[in-house]
Design a protein around this ligand. Structure first.
Ligand code: UVW
Length: 342
C-alpha cells in the first residue's frame, strides 16, 4: 500500500486510477450526479419504454469461441420428501390442498447473453508496485490472488473487489445516447474507427455529454433473433465493431465523459485481428482501456434494434436508461434487463 493510501505506486499510462479515491470500485459511474440523473429523466418525454434485453437463452448454441453455456432451469426439491417443487400441491391441514407451487433455480453462464462486464472482467500484467516485476492487476490496482481470487487460493472463484454488485448499487441509471451503426454502415462486419463513429454521430445528431452511456446498435441483435437460436457464424460476420486498434478512438473515449459503452454485438470491439503480429499486444484494446484503465463498464449482446429505430424515426438520439445488473456479490459479469424510456 502506497503512502497516499493507493494499492499502487505506479499506475498504467493513460489510466485514471486513484482519481475517484484509493478504494473506488465503480469507475466512471462516479460521474453520474443527481443533477445529471434529473437531466436524464427529462429525456423520458413520451413515456414509452423499451426492454433492451435479449431473451437470455439467446444467442443460442454454445459458440465456437467461448465455453459459455446457455441457461438451464431446474426445480427445487421440497424441504422434506420426494419429488420436485413443480406443479406441486401445497397447503396445510388437508391431503388435497387448493394451492399449487412451482419453484426453480438456474444454472447459466453470466455472460452468455445480454450482459454487463464488471471491472474485474479484464485486467492486465503491470508493475504497479514499482519493484520491477509485473503482477496481475485490475482497475485501481486491485490484485489477482488477493482481491480477485480463484481455485489457486483454495476458494470458489470470486471477486472480493470490483464484483458486479458494485455496479448494481449505483443503479446504473442515466442519460444514454444511441448511435445506429447499422443505419450508417449497414449490417455487415465493419470495423469502426473514430472518424467513422463521429460521422455516424453527426449524421444522427447524437450529442454525447459527461455522464452518458453510449449505446451502439449494429444489427446483430435482429440477426440473432431471426436465426432463432441457430446463430451460425453471425457473431463473427454480422454487425459493426469498434476498432480498438484506432488510437484516436481510444483517446476520444478517454477524453469523453462517457460512463459505459454498450452494444448488441459480442464484445463492443472486434477481436481476432488478421493483421496482428504475434507478440506483446492486448487482444482486446478497448477492454484494456475501458475496464482496466478507466473504469468504464461494457455492456454486450443488448437488444437495441427497436429502440434505435424508434429514435431514428423520431429524429432523436437520447433516452433515459435504467440498467442495473444482478446484485450478485463477487460475480465478474451479470445478465441485465436494461430499460430505455423515451
Ligand atoms: C471476453 O470474451 C474475454 O470478453 P467479453 O465477453 O467482454 O467479450
Amino acid at each position: 500500500m502506497a503512502s497516499n493510501g493507493a494499492r499502487w505506486t505506479r499506475r498504467p499510462e493513460g489510466s485514471n486510477w486513484g482519481d475517484f479515491g484509493p478504494d473506488d470500485q465503480i469507475g466512471r459511474m462516479n460521474l453520474i450526479t443527481p443533477e445529471l440523473r434529473r437531466a436524464a429523466l427529462a429525456e423520458a418525454k413520451e413515456g414509452i419504454a423499451f426492454c433492451l434485453s435479449m431473451p437470455l437463452d439467446y444467442p443460442g448454441g454454445e459458440g465456437e469461441r467461448t465455453s459459455r453455456r446457455p441457461p438451464r432451469l431446474f426445480s427445487t426439491k421440497p424441504p422434506k420428501g420426494e419429488g420436485e417443487m413443480y406443479n406441486m400441491p401445497m397447503g396445510i391441514g388437508t391431503e388435497t390442498p387448493r394451492g399449487v407451487v412451482c419453484d426453480d433455480g438456474v444454472v447459466m453462464c453470466l455472460q452468455y447473453s445480454t450482459q454487463w462486464d464488471s471491472l474485474a472482467h479484464w485486467g492486465g500484467r503491470f508493475d504497479a508496485d514499482g519493484d520491477g516485476v509485473e503482477e496481475i492487476v485490475y482497475y485501481n490496482g486491485y490484485r489477482a490472488g488477493e482481491d480477485v481470487v480463484g481455485s489457486s487460493e483454495g476458494v470458489d472463484p470470486h471477486a472480493k473487489a470490483l464484483g458486479i454488485e458494485n455496479l448494481a448499487t449505483t443503479c446504473a441509471q442515466g442519460r444514454a445516447v444511441v448511435v445506429s451503426l447499422a443505419e450508417h454502415f449497414g449490417t455487415g462486419r465493419t470495423w469502426v474507427n473514430l472518424e467513422m463513429l463521429e460521422q455516424a454521430m453527426r449524421a444522427q445528431k447524437a450529442e454525447l455529454r459527461t455522464g452518458d452511456f453510449l449505446l451502439l446498435h449494429t444489427g446483430l441483435d435482429d440477426a440473432l433473433l431471426a436465426a432463432r437460436k441457430q446463430p451460425g457464424d453471425a457473431m463473427k460476420t454480422v454487425g459493426a465493431v469498434l476498432d480498438g486498434r484506432c488510437e484516436r478512438l481510444r483517446n476520444w473515449i478517454a477524453a469523453s465523459g462517457l460512463v459505459a459503452i454498450c452494444s448488441d454485438n459480442q464484445a463492443v470491439e472486434g477481436f481476432g485481428y488478421a493483421d496482428c503480429e504475434a507478440g506483446d499486444h492486448t487482444m482486446l484494446p478497448l477492454h484494456e482501456l475501458c475496464l482496466f484503465k478507466l473504469g468504464i463498464h461494457l455492456g454486450e449482446i443488448w437488444r437495441l434494434g427497436e429502440l434505435s429505430r424508434w429514435l431514428l424515426k423520431a429524429g432523436r438520439s437520447a433516452c433515459l436508461l435504467t440498467a442495473p445488473p444482478l446484485r450478485l456479490p463477487g460475480a465478474v459479469g451479470s445478465p441485465a434487463t436494461p430499460v430505455a424510456t423515451v
